[in-house]
Design a protein around this ligand. Structure first.
Ligand SMILES: [Zn+2]
Length: 160
């Protein structure tokens, strides 16, 4: 059994919620899916912009922040990181982790990644060999997103 509360999440906010209630920037557990052998896949929503509030991440912002999250999650959670994806609604990112569902750990890793972004001199993986739209990146725009997300860190887990 997975004890969501023990992992540091508000049990009432796990799963799909009315998007009108969601605040941002926030970090929310979407699901914890146990496999037959005891491993658990955790899906985490990193919501950067409030849904339907008129302000969306541009495709460049989504793309460059996605690259930083990909690089950082691999570096900080090499045993646990499975996947990162952008939300099609342009308000955030989906993160999938194996056997790491502790809110404190996940938030500290994300804080490290966003802090690293502020001093980065380039977006990672932007060569034509590594990216499918390699011209569509902007370090400064990504850093502005990072700064905004970090500013909200004390409230990250207060999702509604
Ligand atoms: Zn890319």
């Amino acid at each position: 059994m997975i004890n969501i509360q023990q992992l540091g999440w508000d049990v009432r906010t796990v799963g799909e919620l009315d998007h009108r209630l969601l605040k941002a920037p926030r970090v929310k557990l979407r699901s914890a899916n146990p496999g037959k052998n005891g491993d658990v896949a955790y899906c985490v929503d990193l919501r950067v912009n409030k849904p339907n509030a008129g302000e969306y991440l541009s495709s460049t912002e989504l793309h460059s922040v996605e690259h930083f999250l990909l690089e950082g999650l691999q570096r900080y959670l090499p045993e646990n990181f499975l996947s990162i994806g952008i939300m099609g609604c342009q308000t955030g990112f989906y993160i999938v982790l194996l056997n790491e569902g502790r809110s404190e750990k996940i938030c500290s890793v994300l804080a490290n990644i966003f802090s690293d972004m502020l001093t980065a001199t380039a977006v990672p993986y932007t060569s034509i060999e590594q990216c499918g739209n390699y011209m569509n990146h902007n370090l400064e725009l990504a850093q502005n997103v990072a700064r905004r997300v970090l500013d909200a860190k004390p409230d990250w887990l207060d999702v509604v």
